[in-house]
Ligand binder design. Structure first.
Ligand code: NAG
Ligand code: NAG
Ligand code: NAG
Ligand code: NAG
Length: 449
C-alpha cells in the first residue's frame, strides 16, 4: 500500500510533486457503545476534498488485490458530510505473526517481520464518487516507525512529534473483563499497552496508586479518578517485551506518582525497585552529577547508541522529599491538559504553546500536551455522569482540525484518550517524515568548506 496521507498543508507541495492522492480517508476505531467490544469503524475525509466521496465501502481484504464484494457500503447523500460510522464491530484484533502480545511466549517464536511504512490489518475502506475510486485506506500498525524512518534518529526528542496515550494504563483487559462500571467510567483506552505500542504509540502517561498487597509486585496499579485499574507490572512487562522485540524507544511519564495513599514512603521504594528490576537493563540513565542535562535535548541516536530503549520521567522533587535516590528517572517535561477547558480556551492555549515563538512557555523545550475532556468541562444534565467514552468522542473528532496545519510542526508529545479514534499516530508519523526529509536535505546541502 502506498502512503496516501496528506493531512496538512505544508506537505501539499510534496504531494503534488510525488503525485500521491490528496483526498485520503482516515479510518479509526470509534469509542461508541458501552464497551471495548462494541467499538465500530469510523471513516473521515477532508472537508475540501474534491470530488467529494458519495460512497464509502468497507472490505476485509485489500480491494486492490482481491475481487471481494464489500462487507458493507454506505451512500453519502450530503456533500457537507465529512465522516461516517460503519456499523461493523472491530472484534478481536489479529496482528501479523510475532506482533501479538503472547506470540513471543511460545517456544518456537521467531522474530516478526519489520514494517518501515506500517502494515495494514484486514480492515480496508475505499471511497468512491459514483463508480470512480477516490482512495483506499486501511487500519495500520506501526511497530517499527522510529527505527526505520531515516534521519529521525538524529533529531532531538523535543523536535519530534511523539504520539502518546493519556491515562495509558487504564485499558480494557480482554482476559479479565472488569465490571460495567469500570468500562464506563474508568477505562480511557480500548487497548492494552502492548497493542498501543504496536499501533505506534511511544509515550505512556501513567498515574499510579498504591495499596497493601502480599506481593510488592502487585501493590502498585494505574489509577483513574482514584480508582485502581490495572497492575503496573503488566504494563512494565509489555514495555520491556516490546522494546526488546522492536528496538524502538518508549517514554514513560510518572508525573502523578500516585494518588490515594499519597505520601507513603514505602510506595516510592517499591516503585523504584520495581522499575529497576523490570526495566533497569533497558533504561537510559541520568547523569546525577550534572544538573543541566534535559532528556528532551537528547536524540534517539543518543539513546540507541547507549544500547538503551526506555526513558522514564517523573517528579524528582517528590522523590527527593522521600529521600529516594535514583538515576532511572529524569525530570518530567512541562505538561498541559485540556481537561477543564472549553473549546475556545483550548484553542487559546494551543495558540500559545504551538506557536513556536520565543515567548511561548515551551520555547526550545520538550512538552506534553494531553487532549482529554474532564467531567466538569462536559456539558451534561444534572444527574447524569458522563462516561469516559462520551467525553472522548466530544473532543477526539476535533483534534484532527486543531492540529492540522503549522501547529503539527510544533507539536512534541501529544496524547489522547481512546487514541485509536484520533489520527494522532498518522499525523505524527507524517510530520516526522517531513521533518526528517527537511533535516536531511538541509544537512546535505551544507556547503563544504
Ligand atoms: C448536510 O450536512 C450539514 C453538516 O453536517 C448539515 O448542516 C445539513 O443540514 C445537512 N443537509 C441535509 C440536507 O441533510
Ligand atoms: C489481564 O489479566 C490477566 C489476569 O490477571 C493477566 O494475566 C494479564 O497479563 C492481563 N493483561 C494485561 C494486558 O494487562
Ligand atoms: C556526568 O556529569 C559530570 C559533570 O558534568 C561529568 O564530569 C561526568 O563526566 C559525567 N559522567 C558521565 C558518565 O557522562
Ligand atoms: C469558555 O470559557 C470562558 C472563560 O471561562 C468563557 O468566557 C467563555 O464564554 C466560554 N466559552 C464557551 C463557548 O462556553
Amino acid at each position: 500500500m502506498s502512503n496516501k496521507f496528506c493531512p496538512f498543508s505544508v506537505v501539499l507541495v510534496v504531494c503534488a510533486v510525488i503525485e500521491v492522492e490528496c483526498c485520503p480517508t482516515h479510518i479509526s476505531i470509534w469509542p461508541n457503545g458501552k464497551t471495548s467490544f462494541e467499538a465500530t469503524i469510523q471513516v473521515r475525509w477532508d472537508q475540501n476534498c474534491d470530488p467529494k466521496p458519495n460512497w464509502i465501502k468497507f472490505f476485509e481484504k485489500d480491494p486492490a488485490i482481491s475481487n471481494l464484494f464489500p462487507k458493507s457500503a454506505i451512500e453519502i447523500h450530503n456533500d457537507s458530510s465529512t465522516d461516517v460510522v460503519i456499523d461493523q464491530r472491530i472484534g478481536k484484533l489479529l496482528f501479523p505473526g510475532g506482533w501479538n502480545r503472547n506470540d513471543q511466549l511460545s517456544l518456537h517464536s521467531t522474530k516478526p517481520k519489520t514494517y518501515p511504512r506500517g502494515r495494514c490489518l484486514d480492515y480496508y475502506v475505499a471511497s468512491f464518487r459514483d463508480s470512480d475510486l477516490l482512495s483506499v485506506n486501511c487500519l495500520k500498525i506501526q511497530p517499527n516507525w522510529m527505527r526505520l524512518t531515516e534521519h529521525i534518529a538524529d533529531i532531538p526528542l523535543k523536535s519530534l512529534f511523539i504520539p502518546g496515550t493519556h491515562a495509558s494504563g487504564c485499558y480494557y483487559n480482554i482476559t479479565k473483563k472488569g465490571s460495567w462500571k469500570m468500562e464506563k467510567f474508568y477505562h480511557t483506552q480500548n487497548y492494552d499497552v502492548w497493542t498501543q505500542l504496536v499501533f505506534g504509540v511511544r509515550f505512556l502517561d501513567l498515574s499510579l496508586g498504591y495499596f497493601l498487597s502480599n506481593t510488592a509486585k502487585y501493590s502498585i496499579s494505574t489509577v483513574y479518578e482514584d480508582t485502581l485499574v490495572n497492575p503496573i507490572i503488566n504494563i512494565l512487562v509489555d514495555v520491556r517485551n516490546f522494546v526488546r522485540l522492536s528496538g524502538e524507544v518508549v517514554l514513560l511519564d510518572f508525573r502523578d506518582f500516585l494518588s490515594g495513599s499519597r505520601d507513603n514512603v514505602q510506595y516510592y521504594h517499591v516503585l523504584i525497585s520495581l522499575l529497576e528490576i523490570e526495566l533497569g537493563e533497558f533504561t537510559f540513565r541520568r547523569n546525577t552529577s550534572s544538573t543541566h542535562n534535559q532528556l528532551y535535548d537528547f536524540s534517539l541516536n543518543d539513546v540507541i547508541k547507549a544500547g538503551k530503549n526506555i526513558l522514564l520521567m517523573g517528579s524528582l522533587e517528590k522523590l527527593k522529599e522521600f529521600d529516594v535516590e535514583t538515576d532511572l528517572i529524569w525530570p518530567s517535561w512541562k505538561s498541559f491538559s485540556t481537561g477543564n477547558l472549553n473549546d475556545s480556551e483550548i484553542l487559546d492555549q494551543m495558540r500559545l504553546i504551538f506557536s513556536g515563538r520565543s515567548n511561548s512557555p515551551t520555547y526550545n523545550e520538550g512538552f506534553i500536551f494531553h487532549f482529554n475532556r474532564g467531567q466538569e468541562a462536559f456539558p451534561q444534565f444534572v444527574d447524569k455522569v458522563s462516561t469516559t467514552r462520551e467525553r472522548a468522542i466530544s473532543i477526539n473528532y476535533k483534534i484532527k482540525d486543531w492540529l492540522s496545519g503549522p501547529w503539527s510542526l510544533q507539536a512534541n508529545v501529544v496524547t489522547a484518550d481512546f487514541i485509536m479514534s484520533t489520527n494522532l499516530i498518522e499525523l505524527a508519523l507524517t510530520t516526522n517524515r517531513y521533518k526528517a526529509y527537511r533535516f536531511a536535505n538541509e544537512f546535505v546541502s551544507f556547503p563544504v568548506s
